[in-house]
Design a protein around this ligand. Structure first.
Ligand SMILES: N[C@@H](CCC(=O)N[C@@H](CS)C(=O)NCC(=O)O)C(=O)O
Length: 355
């Protein structure tokens, strides 16, 4: 029998859901292990230096962390079936969509989950059950308190606060409307088969729909995004998708989503990168779409994400002369133009952005 991949997860981790779906769609043999208070130190920290999940241990005993890095590494090691678009322009767009779901949609997931008491209560129980399963020496009551406190501390620096909760929920509602329009016509974000971008959205939206507040907004099977969630799960089970359309959405169909991403996530990411040029730490104030004020902490982590994304976009534009083309590209390039001289290392992209 082929040695399996071991996947470490937490039950309420969107990135764990993303990678579980990735491995299932690849058809790879997987042994799934839930993080608990023992393997957290003995495996996760020992093998990766961090306590974050998901972690994949390959059959060659290599430990991989960070969901985006995991997909890039496994895509190279196991290219069939491909889960990134073959077209280089589309591959760049896929990376942008993935990054948006991973780094922006997570903010509404966290705010909705931890700033609504019934949702927080459910998740305290989920975390405590994970952490104490297989670690019977740990007090359930202590696990219920300690881990959620750590998560709560990450919310204000990410701009997920009681002040922004209303905006973030409206943004989610608008995103779901954009996704409904796309998925009424198209099976998946890249067309016929799921790509990593679908999985990144799946991770966040699947977590939101498990919470008492979130389930009212996300996953209605009568809505087009509900059909898309179900089709992703059907493909992961090896079954056919329900939606008959195989064509990828064009740049016009993708424009509303691109515009939303540009005016929220990219605006934040550009402002964050520029603020970090001035000082390595401190507050960040950004005006998002519709003049909405958004306050967060400057984050070196998000600058790294943006740099990795810009490298992917540069490769895409250099190879294909576009991402998806049309109005979607226009929205993205116009926002990235705000980077000014920070675009200099990405010559082809800089030219596309500044004309
Ligand atoms: N960028 C990472 C984020 C992973 C992450 O934030 N994991 C969270 C759960 S969703 C975690 O393990 N937090 C607990 C900890 O850091 O100890 C990825 O894409 O995998």
């Amino acid at each position: 029998m082929t040695a399996p991949y071991t996947l470490y997860v937490m039950s309420n981790s969107p990135y764990s859901d993303k990678i579980r779906m990735y491995l299932r769609l690849k058809g790879l043999p997987v042994l799934e292990v839930r993080e608990n208070l023992r393997n957290r130190e003995q495996v996760l920290r020992a093998r990766t230096g961090r306590t974050m999940v998901p972690v994949v241990i390959t059959p060659a005993d290599e430990a991989l962390n960070d969901s985006t890095h995991i997909t890039r590494t496994l895509e190279a090691a196991c290219p069939v079936p491909p889960l990134r678009p073959a077209d280089p322009g589309r591959r760049g767009l896929d990376a942008l969509l993935e990054d948006y779901a991973d780094e922006w949609v997570v903010r509404v997931m966290l705010a909705s989950r931890w700033l609504h008491e019934p949702d927080a209560e459910q998740n305290r129980t989920v975390i405590a059950a994970d952490m104490t399963c297989g670690a019977p020496e740990v007090e359930l009551a202590a696990a219920r308190e300690v881990f959620p406190q750590g998560i709560m501390a990450t919310l204000p620096p990410m701009g997920a606060t009681r002040e922004t909760l209303g905006f973030l929920l409206d943004d989610l509602s608008g995103l779901l409307t954009d996704l409904d329009a796309l998925f009424a016509e198209h099976r998946f974000l890249g067309g016929a088969e799921p790509t990593v971008a679908d999985l990144a959205f799946y991770g966040q939206l699947n977590q939101i729909r498990r919470d008492p507040t979130g389930r009212v907004m996300v996953g209605d099977p009568g809505r087009a995004h509900g059909r898309w969630l179900a089709d992703l799960e059907r493909r992961a089970d090896g079954a056919a998708a329900e939606h008959a359309g195989e064509a990828a959405p064009d740049g016009e169909a993708l424009a509303p989503l691109a515009r939303r991403i540009a005016r929220t996530y990219l605006r934040f990411a550009v402002a964050n990168a520029k603020a970090l040029e001035e000082a390595p730490k401190g507050p960040l104030a950004v005006e998002l779409a519709g003049g909405v004020p958004f306050q967060a902490a400057r984050a070196g982590y998000n600058r790294k994400c943006l740099q990795a994304l810009l490298a992917e976009l540069e490769a895409a534009v250099a190879a294909a002369g576009r991402l998806a083309g049309g109005a979607a590209d226009g929205e993205i390039f116009a926002e990235l133009a705000g980077l000014g001289r920070l675009l200099a290392p990405y010559a082809t992209l800089a030219h596309a952005c500044t004309g």
